[in-house]
Design a protein around this ligand. Structure first.
Ligand code: FAD
Length: 479
């Protein structure tokens, strides 16, 4: 091991995922000297910035969801347009290479952005030492010590492993492993019918896998508005996703080329044989080997770094952003926090409006929402109005042959404040941007009613849902 010189930076970011790398770029844009340290290793041993999101999360999953949705639609929906395909086939190698190419372009792009903004990249493990010193150990054992005026912790999260279903990375895999299959499993078990489980289950189900999802909770997607979750479940059932709620997995055993999963439900003990098993039961904050003795950053009981609303930790000039702190584990939430902290360090204004963070599930149809669900509003005791509009009455959705789903909009009964928007339907992930903007600008339901929406577009369903909240929808029977 060789010790290197000490270098001084205004900001040292530990972690180069979607929370850390935008923080580093914004800090550099603010005229500060910045280093960003990341230790990510791909399965082929290569290193890359971009964290879970770019390497093993958002980006590769969306690439595969796009490919498989096209395949699924070609197989099941093209006929109605008069398009016939006689030899429809999917080449998994090509599909996976396309995914890899996109990931490589985007992760490579971060290095280019660092260069053009003057961020100094370090590839290796970062560890906080006392007095805001940060030690970097590279893969070849070289050690550098950075003296940081400010440290931003952006070390993200890792999948939770179940002791009863240990990953062997071949048959029992985490979400990353499920993005890497080189063939379509005939049968696929998924433990956890949450966001990631649904997306990954959909990818392989569309290509012909028989997918069984075992979910311990009795409620489907509890964080989603109840009406929307119910609709979505109906669509997924029709597609062939076998979602078994109230199913608590008690064991998973590898038997040769298969996995036997045992689980309990209201009917007693059951067992299921699958070719592959994905364990998607959530993620936990990652702070392993991050703090040297004497660096006492406060963590909560689940291991998240404790922060205030400005992402300031218990130590002076030490900040933490992204999945490693409280709040939804979403890339864009981490990005907003990283940018806020970089601005605050530079003495500028910075804040994150946690009430206006959109969530999207990239199934087909997609599910998206911002603000409060109907049951959350009900709990507050606030009187409210609900407007819904079905995509089956939307001209664009008809033309697209994607009429499944609806928009649901909730406003305050007395002052008409927009409280929540929930969508299940085609392009719901894109459509939600209008609702986020509306909530960010404290719009009322009437504001949305008075905004001109292009025709024919899916956005008209948001317009109509806003009108429906006051019984004034044009293309629906108002009650
Ligand atoms: P990460 O992305 O986890 O990055 C942390 C980085 O820090 C890593 O590169 C890690 O190597 C590095 N690191 C950790 N410790 C150290 C250390 N001591 N020294 C140096 N480096 C260190 N979110 C969305 O918003 N939209 C989606 O569509 C979406 N899809 C997803 C799909 C899947 C399959 C998964 C698994 C996640 C998905 N997510 C999605 C969640 C999203 O990936 C995370 O919320 C996001 O990556 C968190 O960003 P982060 O920067 O906080 O952490």
């Amino acid at each position: 091991m060789k010790k290197m010189d000490k270098k001084v930076f205004d900001v040292v970011v530990v972690g180069g995922g979607p929370a850390g790398y935008p923080a580093a770029i914004r800090a550099a844009q603010n005229g500060l000297s910045v280093a960003c340290i990341d230790e990510w290793k791909n399965r082929d041993g290569s290193s890359a910035f971009g964290g879970t999101c770019l390497n093993a999360g958002c980006i590769p999953s969306k690439a595969l969801l796009e490919s498989t949705e096209l395949y699924y639609r070609a197989a099941s929906e093209f006929k109605v347009h008069g398009i016939g395909i006689s030899d429809l086939a999917i080449d998994i190698d090509t599909m996976q290479s396309r995914k890899k190419k996109i990931v490589k372009q985007l992760t490579g792009g971060i290095e280019a952005l660092f260069k053009s903004n003057g961020v100094t990249p370090f590839k290796g493990h970062g560890r906080l030492l006392p007095e805001n010193h940060v030690e970097v150990t590279s893969a070849d054992g070289q050690i550098s010590v950075l003296i940081a005026k400010n440290v931003i912790i952006a070390t993200g999260s890792i999948p939770i492993e179940l002791p009863i279903a240990r990953f062997d990375n071949q048959l029992i895999v985490d979400s990353w492993g499920a993005l890497e299959f080189d063939s379509v499993p005939k049968t696929l078990g998924v433990i956890g019918a949450g966001v990631i489980g649904l997306e990954l289950g959909s990818v392989w189900q569309r290509l012909g896998a028989r997918v069984v999802m075992l979910e311990a909770l009795d409620e489907f997607l509890p964080m989603v508005d109840g009406q929307i979750a119910k609709e979505a479940r109906r669509f997924f059932k029709r597609q062939g996703l076998d979602i078994r709620l109230g199913s608590k997995v008690s064991g998973a055993k590898i038997n040769g080329d298969a996995v036997t999963v045992t689980y309990e439900d209201v009917n007693g003990s059951n067992s299921l044989e699958v070719d592959k098993l994905i364990v998607c039961v959530g993620r936990k904050p990652f702070t392993n080997e991050l703090f040297a003795p004497g660096v006492n950053v406060a963590l909560d009981d689940k291991g998240f770094v404790e922060v205030d609303e400005h992402c300031s930790t218990s130590l002076p000039q030490v900040w933490a952003v992204g999945d490693v702190v409280r709040g939804p584990m979403l890339a864009h939430k981490g990005t907003e926090e990283g940018v806020m902290v970089a601005d605050l360090i530079a003495g500028k204004v910075g804040e994150v409006n946690y009430d206006a963070i959109p969530s999207v599930i990239y199934t087909a149809p997609e599910i998206s929402w911002v603000g409060k669900t109907e049951s959350e509003v009900k709990e507050t005791g606030r009187p409210y109005k609900v407007g819904t509009f079905s995509f089956s009455a939307n001209g664009r959705a008809k033309g697209m042959e994607q009429t499944e789903g609806l928009v649901k909009l909730i406003t305050d009964k007395s002052d008409d404040e927009l409280l929540g928007v929930h969508i299940v339907g085609a392009m719901a992930g894109e459509l939600i941007a209008e609702a986020v903007l509306a909530i960010e600008f404290s719009a009322s339901g009437e504001d949305l009613q008075r905004i001109c929406h292009a025709h024919p577009t899916l956005t008209e369903a948001i317009h109509e849902a806003a009108l429906a909240a006051d019984g004034r929808a044009i293309h629906a029977i108002n009650r």
